[in-house]
Design a protein around this ligand. Sequence first.
Ligand SMILES: NC(=O)c1ccc[n+]([C@@H]2O[C@H](COP(=O)([O-])OP(=O)(O)OC[C@H]3O[C@@H](n4cnc5c(N)ncnc54)[C@H](O)[C@@H]3O)[C@@H](O)[C@H]2O)c1
Length: 281
Amino acid sequence: MNNSQHVRALNDITGKQALVVGGGRGIGAAVVEALAELGADVVVVDTNRLPSAFNQYESTRVGGFVDAQKLTARLTEAGLSVRAVETDATDEAAVRRLYADLMRDVGRLDVVVNAFGVTHVSPVEQMELAEFQQVISGNLDGVFLSSKYALPLLRAAGGGAIVNFSSVSGRAGFGKVAHYCAAKFGVIGFTASLALEVAKDHIRVNAVCPGIIRTNMWRYLLSEFTRPGETEDECWERMRQMVPQRQTQTPQDIAQAVVFLACATKITGQAISVDGGMTAP
Ligand SMILES: NC(=O)c1ccc[n+]([C@@H]2O[C@H](COP(=O)([O-])OP(=O)(O)OC[C@H]3O[C@@H](n4cnc5c(N)ncnc54)[C@H](O)[C@@H]3O)[C@@H](O)[C@H]2O)c1
């Protein structure tokens, strides 16, 4: 194999078994589409119901599995290998069952992407303990549970990759989302620790830190952060001006980094920012 063939082989995920939790919509859906188009078999995991309404939908009825089914129907129609499974990543019994079923049906797993997440806006002085706990749990419990129960399947494949979702808010503090920042800093700590535990088993664990992407999460944040007399588009423009590159990111920008981390065989324990320079050290 010459040099370029070797590099191409490293980036080849044809026939790999992947699973994307929170893949029904938003950034996760772009990750699903990218992995499937590159030839992976993808399980899309999402949920219609969350345990609390402290999230960007301000409801327990989030409809994520409905979107996962629509996404898999569209991609299957295009000849790609995808299927949808309903699981709430914060429900231990459900996550254990998700991975046990996959072990029984497929027997291995190469790539796990934990792309779900919730946010809610409150200053600390007005934040209820329940809100603090639910936002922490909505971002961190699932990363723990999905990683824990995926490990036997990754081992069965002889190794693999976990990519967790942190945020620009896992690198720097932002007002009125202290719980979300605490959780996203926590994702980076969890990622680094697990990476060290399983490095010898050829399992890599990394995190991606997206910047500002206009998904449902930012639609909600715009409704909270738009100032009196300002339109949501003007608020979005103000956000764009905070980015050194003067460009916000797309779900595909984040999917590109996830695919890279899924393939980069010598990178583990890292958090990679895709934020146009917002958190450059
Ligand atoms: N949008 C941004 O600007 C931005 C920036 C930084 C980080 N992030 C992170 O990127 C990830 C994706 O966010 P998004 O913007 O695509 O949000 P989104 O609301 O568009 O999509 C999130 C998806 O995750 C699913 N989900 C949430 N909790 C779940 C659970 N417990 N179990 C299963 N599925 C669950 C939702 O149903 C939804 O389909 C999150 O971790 C978020 O914190 C987003």
